[in-house]
Design a protein around this ligand. Structure first.
Ligand code: AMP
Length: 129
């Protein structure tokens, strides 16, 4: 069965899209640790990040860096934290999280944003790419 992220990539379910190219997509995390929490996802469905072909993995990091730079320009924060977990969704994704404190990286402290706020946020990150 396809992962929820493959369904997003195929346009079967919606997302707040931030960036896309031939091989990768970035969209806002639906349950963010902080405003601007973004996921960078390879379109090819792979479970574990270190099972990726080296060149594909390096391209994911290049894509993630580009998105992180746009996040830095858009969201006031100390820096962009990066994490790869995948225990909930077994389809590789890089979490990019605008952080100010360690708790922003714990996945226990969540923020609530309206649909309108998420849409506006995705648009302003897109414009900073
Ligand atoms: P993990 O697999 O542990 O790295 O966590 C999966 C992440 O994906 C969580 O932060 C979820 O909030 C996020 N997530 C799950 N479903 C969606 C979705 N439909 N759109 C955006 N983010 C999602």
């Amino acid at each position: 069965m396809s992962s929820i992220f493959t369904k997003i990539i195929l346009g079967e379910i919606p997302c707040y899209k931030v960036a896309e190219d031939e091989h990768f997509i970035a969209f806002l995390d639906i349950n963010p640790n902080a405003k601007g929490h973004t996921l960078c996802v390879p379109k090819k469905e792979i479970n574990r990040i270190f099972d990726m072909e080296e060149s594909h993995y390096l391209e994911l990091m290049r894509f993630s860096r580009k998105v992180a730079k746009a996040l830095e320009k858009t969201i006031p924060c100390d820096r962009i934290g990066i994490s790869v977990i995948g225990l909930e969704v077994p389809h590789v994704h890089v979490h990019l999280i605008p952080i100010n404190e360690m708790k922003d990286m714990t996945f226990q402290h969540k923020v609530k944003l309206s649909g309108e706020e998420m849409e506006a946020l995705a648009k302003s990150i897109q414009e900073s790419l």
